[in-house]
Design a protein around this ligand. Sequence first.
Ligand SMILES: *Cc1c(COP(=O)(O)O)cnc(C)c1O
Length: 387
Amino acid sequence: MIPYGRQDIQPQDIDAVLEVLQSDFLTQGPAVPHFEQAVANQVGARHGVAVNSATSALHLACLAVGLGEGDWLWTSPITFVASANCGLYCRATVDFVDIDPRTYNLCPQALEAKLARAEREGRLPKVVVAVHLCGQPCDMQAIHALSERYGFRVVEDASHAIGGRYRGEPIGNGRYSDITVFSFHPVKIITTAEGGLAVTNDDRLAETMALLRSHGVTRDPALMTQEAEGPWYYQQVALGFNYRMTELQAALGESQLARLEDYVARRHAMAERYDRLLAELPLTTPWQHPDSYSGRHLYVIRLELEAIQPSHRRVFEALRDQGIGVNLHYIPVHTQPYYRELGFAPGDFPEAERYYAEAISLPLYPTMTETQQDEVVAALTRALEGA
Ligand SMILES: *Cc1c(COP(=O)(O)O)cnc(C)c1O
């Protein structure tokens, strides 16, 4: 099976992890802060807060910007469930903004129209989570301008987008948002096995996320709310969690980070090769904004269903049957059973649902060979013919 994504582990990654295993600290040592600084430097942010997953980072980001009961969080329906669940963790109400049919990201015009309605109804969102689907940046200038006008905070879910650029600047530099979150799950661009990281330029947001990552417990007298009772003293000043990243993960991540630019460049070369090889087939290849440089985490095609005999499902099955590990990113979150219980229904976000009816993610990862890619294209060609 050719998977849709997979990690690349080199000998230097293994050495980096082994070195930590033989050191004094498996957790809460020097590797995590070192990795945080390396990622922050890489993306041009002041602070990095490493955690055990991007899901945890999204939760901490929402708490840090003050999301709570009675507030609203809006995001795209075409994302992994974690981009929305972070709102529910904070007891906020979640709603969605339909996607742009060309970028598949949250549509800024739909956002603007929904904000105008929400203002009249007195239920403006506190947080908008902008998801850079497949690594292609959202229209952050538009979202940022709306955030100034309507007073919401912006969290970028850049789980697909580390190494990408928006208008010439790295995703994560925080020019248009409060916090940006990266994922280091093995299918993502670089990996720490499980792991995530939030970057921000705001000292207070970084401090809050770091505190909540580790139980809300501090040994820093500056953060204590009553006087220290002695040198043994620690104090719990907030209700936090154990969302810490281990030293092993941080060492792996920092070793991977050295190859970030090569990985993204390789993904671009493979994606452009797909564009050429698929040009004559009855499908839409991913549109790329000329002003941005995608992380190219996923290569999503949309089938032209009226031009082919087999159904979307049949094409998907035929690819899997031929050993091609295609996937579908994503099932619209509002149609998940859990979200239907909250009142959402099919039909609520038509562009997202149209996308879902046609989309297939083809295999794309840095160590994929051209021969494997040719196999994918041949299998897809057969599948589209209904053969
Ligand atoms: C993978 C992913 C997440 C969650 O990342 P984890 O590190 O697995 O928690 C969140 N949002 C998006 C868009 C993702 O792709």
